[in-house]
Design a protein around this ligand. Structure first.
Ligand code: SAM
Length: 284
């Protein structure tokens, strides 16, 4: 059907993100020793504007994510919606910032591919096995469940099914929870994405939702506090010694093009803080 074809195109977007991130890391914009296991080649050259855009996106999201985990002293959980082939679990493990449990949700076919890579690449599977205490590790074609890392195949537009699956894998609604959607809500209708954001606000009393998207798309249903900054502003607020470093990697003569590109995107974040962790103070 038409909608199957449309969903297939959406699923393919995770490869675009991974290829662009791999290219930027191959140029030295940031380090990601795990992304090579999710895409076969470095791919063709990307314009410096694109690389700087990905740099700002990855550093901006990581900044907020890490700040939340630190405030909760890792006594929290993370849910990455539409995670695709994202490598954040491995980064957090290496940086001693693993939450109690890290969940990812994506379409079953994307999840199956990710799990296949994990199964066949020891640098990916080792950290999962190391952080698992019993012999009950679940690793089948469409789901992975270990003590600290869980990957679920589900459609984010079907909230009751999503809720059921997350609970089946021991999601704890009492724990401080970081929800992340990076270029995901844009593929749903406004009412579908609003349902997801609303579900999150209803389910957790202490939480933060980080959404990276085109500027217009943010919804703050049921959240106590919300902020949004366009990516040009975030770029100018990232640690400037590192920004100076990446600006030396590739020559860029048209500064205006970068500005125009980054101004179309934003990171929005919303918080709820019954436990008074200080989530509302998280910023750049
Ligand atoms: N978040 C990852 C990143 O930034 O690298 C991947 C972004 S990719 C552009 C969008 C991802 O969202 C894809 O992996 C796609 O399969 C997933 N996605 C979109 N709509 C979805 C839905 N309704 N249910 C589950 N996953 C969905």
């Amino acid at each position: 059907t038409d909608s199957d074809t449309a969903d297939e195109a959406v699923r393919a977007t995770c490869d675009d993100a991974t290829i662009c991130k791999r290219f930027a890391t191959s140029k030295g914009y940031w380090k990601d020793p795990y992304i090579q296991y999710f895409t076969r080649s470095v791919g063709e050259r990307k314009a410096p504007e694109i690389n700087r855009g990905y740099y700002a996106r990855v550093q901006g999201v990581n900044h907020l994510l890490d700040a939340f985990i630190r405030k909760a002293e890792c006594d929290c959980q993370v849910i990455n919606f539409g995670a695709g082939l994202d490598t954040t679990f491995w980064r957090l493990k290496d940086e001693n910032l693993l939450p109690r449990k890290f969940f990812e949700v994506d379409f079953p076919t994307v999840v199956a591919r990710k799990i296949h890579n994990i199964k066949t690449k020891p640098p990916l599977s080792k950290p999962i096995i190391e952080t698992h205490s019993t012999d009950s590790l679940l690793l089948d074609a469409h789901s992975l469940d270990s003590d600290r890392y869980c990957i679920i195949g589900a459609d984010l537009r079907d909230i009751s099914n999503l809720d059921e699956k997350l609970k089946k894998f021991q999601l704890n609604s009492e724990l401080p929870t970081l929800l992340l959607s990076e270029c995901v809500l844009v593929y749903m209708t406004p009412s579908q994405s609003s349902n997801l954001v609303h579900w999150a606000a209803e389910t957790f009393h202490t939480a933060m939702f980080i959404n990276y998207e085109q500027k217009e798309r943010f919804l703050k249903t049921g959240w106590e506090h919300a902020d949004a900054l366009d990516m040009m502003t975030i770029y100018s607020m990232l640690p400037q010694d590192d920004v100076a470093r990446i600006e030396r990697l590739e020559f860029l003569d048209e500064k205006e093009l970068l500005q125009q590109l980054l101004q179309h995107y934003s990171i929005c974040w919303a918080t709820k803080d019954k436990l008074n962790l200080g989530n509302a103070q998280i910023c750049f």
